[in-house]
Design a protein around this ligand. Structure first.
Ligand code: UDP
Ligand code: MG
Length: 315
């Protein structure tokens, strides 16, 4: 039996060695093989340098995949999955917010319960601000209403699963990857366990508010076409209201000969209709843009260097 850790790293120079130490401490004497698949997601610091050192030291089986630029965590995970060959695969961050010891329990749970395919950790306690947590809650409320898959708000990417699940994740070859959605989409029997995220060992979180917003839009557009339906709805409503107003104006003019004061009404209507049209075009544009990007069939990531432990340095 073999376990693969898939570890996306973006500017984690100080963390990668600590991460390996933690894995070795937790898994020496566990009775099965394990490997660490580090994916350097185009880091700008000494991450790759340190990963090469880790690889050369041969303290445990290590693979390093260095992407040609920063492709984002989701693509890095895909790259790691492609190179992981364990019977069990664990997705875990390099910053030690997610302790490798928990993976031991996850593997034990999978071994003992053949009916489970995925053991996923959800965050028991969130150390984030009120504003962020409000936005996250609203996002999940919206996406669960809109999309066909249902997502847990507190679930993380910290998961351990069987080989068959990894194959399924790889089979989902979409360019815009939203891993929570992909996990929900592939299905399988998921067992949730709570975990408490540790503070980051070093470096800073790569998430900014803007990135989170983009992620949220990705989740909604990628898993639902209901926004298009909503655009149609808004259009229909506006058209009906305009028609009713037209009747009112005509009756006022013909039956009662009331002078219609025009200027303000016209300005308001032009702005309103213009706004509604741009909004709907924007929604359609989001889908067209994604169709365009997917139709180009670009690879999800490009690897610059790959270090494995069977055949050294296949650069
Ligand atoms: N990460 C990555 N590519 C990116 C951003 C992040 O590979 O473009 C990695 C990062 O190195 C870390 C994990 O994804 O191992 C989670 O990132 P981070 O700790 O910044 O997120 P948070 O824990 O704050 O949600
Ligand atoms: Mg983190």
């Amino acid at each position: 039996m073999k376990l693969s850790f898939v570890v996306p790293c973006y500017n984690e120079a100080e963390n990668v060695a600590l991460f390996q130490d933690a894995v070795i401490a937790a898994f020496s004497g566990c009775g099965y093989d394990y490997e660490i698949v580090f994916v350097d997601d185009g880091s700008k610091d000494a991450t790759y340098h340190n990963l090469k050192k880790i690889h050369a030291s041969q303290r445990c089986p290590v693979k390093v995949i260095r992407l040609s630029r920063n492709f984002g965590k989701e693509s890095a995970l895909y790259a790691g999955l492609e190179h992981a060959d364990g019977d069990y695969i664990s997705l875990i961050d390099a910053d030690l917010q997610q302790r490798p010891e928990i993976v031991r329990d996850m593997v034990a749970t999978l071994e003992e319960n053949p009916e489970y395919d995925i053991v996923a950790a959800y965050q028991d306690r969130r150390g984030e601000g009120k504003v962020l947590s409000f936005f996250k809650k609203s996002f999940y409320a919206i996406i669960n209403r809109l999309s066909d898959v249902s997502l847990r708000s507190d679930a993380s990417d910290f998961r351990t699963f069987r080989r068959s699940v990894a194959e399924s994740l790889l089979a989902v070859g979409e360019y815009h990857r939203f891993s929570k959605g992909i996990f929900a989409w592939v299905g399988y029997n998921t067992h949730f366990i709570p975990y408490v995220a540790e503070p980051r060992k070093a470096g800073t979180s790569k998430w900014s508010f803007r990135k989170l917003m983009n992620y949220a839009i990705e989740g909604i557009i990628g898993y639902s076409t209901k926004p298009l339906r909503i655009a149609t709805g808004i259009g229909t409503l506006t058209a009906i209201s305009a028609f009713i107003y037209l009747l009112v104006v005509v009756i006022q003019k013909l039956a009662f000969d009331i002078a219609i004061p025009g200027y303000a009404t016209i300005i308001v209507l032009i702005l309103l209709l213009g706004g509604v049209q741009l909004l709907c075009i924007g929604i359609i544009g989001e889908y067209v843009g994604r169709t365009f990007e997917q139709s180009k069939n670009r690879p999800i990531y490009l690897a610059k260097d790959i270090l494995t432990y069977k055949n050294e340095d296949t650069d």
